[in-house]
Design a protein around this ligand. Structure first.
Ligand code: AKG
Ligand code: FE2
Length: 300
């Protein structure tokens, strides 16, 4: 697994998103305002209706809501319990909290907010993890990928390569990694993972979808499917326009654009059985696709 920062979106896509390989970025979040601001006390004063708060699971695996205030209190008291704890979807209640962190640039686009108008859920969570609590093994929603930043404490994360897929890097099939305050971990879509809060923790996590990982999620049901159709149409138009003047681009940008055109064509084609894109757009994409294939051969 790689441990470094300073990636470009294309490098991240090539090393992690496209091959669907995990990553840990040490200390990437260390300077976020959240790492100073977010303490148990900071969240303790917030009270919202229970349904929108965290959920705690009992021995019989029944989940019950726990208010943010109560969770913060448990955290502050350093209490131990080994139950499962689910995150707090803060996006609707207190979206301003997002200003306390910076989504790493290299993750690339997140189509989530654009899909929101089609009813796609806000997939951002803050998790207050009482010492000993855990997230049981699971695969994330709609096979999306996620990043998770640990703001305080220490977690043990276990990730399992999806059955039937082969390592494209020298990453083991089962990864156990300790993450500490400031670390950001990338959990690729369809990797089963579980998380243990070794100490009391505060973390923030977002699931995301973009050109490079959306193929895995094209099983989405309406209306999100139509949402993806609309995002792809918009992206298709933008990239086709750039493609039409590619000769004016630097070589490195032309390589990137070639990759994007190839991918956007493949995604559109995979997607077309569900929600056909505009025929004219598909025809133009097809032409660009053929050209991009040739361009790629030339550059190899
Ligand atoms: O408990 C955690 O830190 C992991 C959370 C997680 O995997 C999720 O929210 O999907
Ligand atoms: Fe997860």
């Amino acid at each position: 697994m790689e441990y470094f920062k300073g990636l470009t979106p294309l490098e991240f896509a090539e090393r992690h998103l496209i091959p669907n390989e995990p990553a840990v970025f040490r200390a990437l979040a260390a300077n976020w305002p959240a790492s100073v601001r977010w303490t148990a006390e900071y969240f303790e004063g917030r009270s919202y209706s229970d349904e929108l708060c965290m959920r705690l699971q009992d021995e019989r695996l029944n989940e019950s809501p726990i208010s943010l205030r109560a969770a913060a209190k448990l955290l502050k008291e350093g209490q131990f319990n080994d139950r499962y704890i689910a995150g707090w979807q803060f996006g609707m209640l207190e979206p301003r909290l997002a200003a306390d962190y910076q989504v790493p640039n290299f993750l690339g686009e997140n189509w989530g907010p654009e899909l929101a108008s089609f009813g796609f859920a806000d997939l951002r969570w803050i998790i207050l993890g009482v010492k000993g609590s855990r997230s049981l093994p699971h695969i994330d929603i709609w096979d999306t990928s996620a990043w998770l930043a640990l703001i305080t404490g220490m977690k043990l994360v276990t990730m399992e390569r999806p059955i039937g897929t082969v390592a494209r890097q020298r990453t083991p099939d089962v990864i156990e990694v300790e993450i500490r305050a400031g670390d950001v971990i990338f959990i690729p879509g369809t990797w089963r993972h579980s998380v243990l809060n070794v100490t009391p923790t505060i973390s923030v996590t977002e699931n995301f979808l973009n050109l490079w990982n959306v193929r895995r999620s094209l099983i989405l049901k309406p209306p999100w499917r139509e949402g993806i159709g609309s995002v792809l149409t918009k992206r298709g138009e933008i990239y086709l326009q750039a493609w039409s003047c590619r000769n004016r681009l630097a070589v490195v940008d032309r390589v990137l654009l070639t990759k994007i055109i190839l991918e956007i064509f493949e995604v559109s084609r995979t997607h077309s059985a569900n929600a056909p894109l505009d025929g004219g757009l598909m025809a133009r994409l097809n032409v660009a696709y053929e050209e991009a294939l040739k361009q790629r051969e030339l550059s190899q």
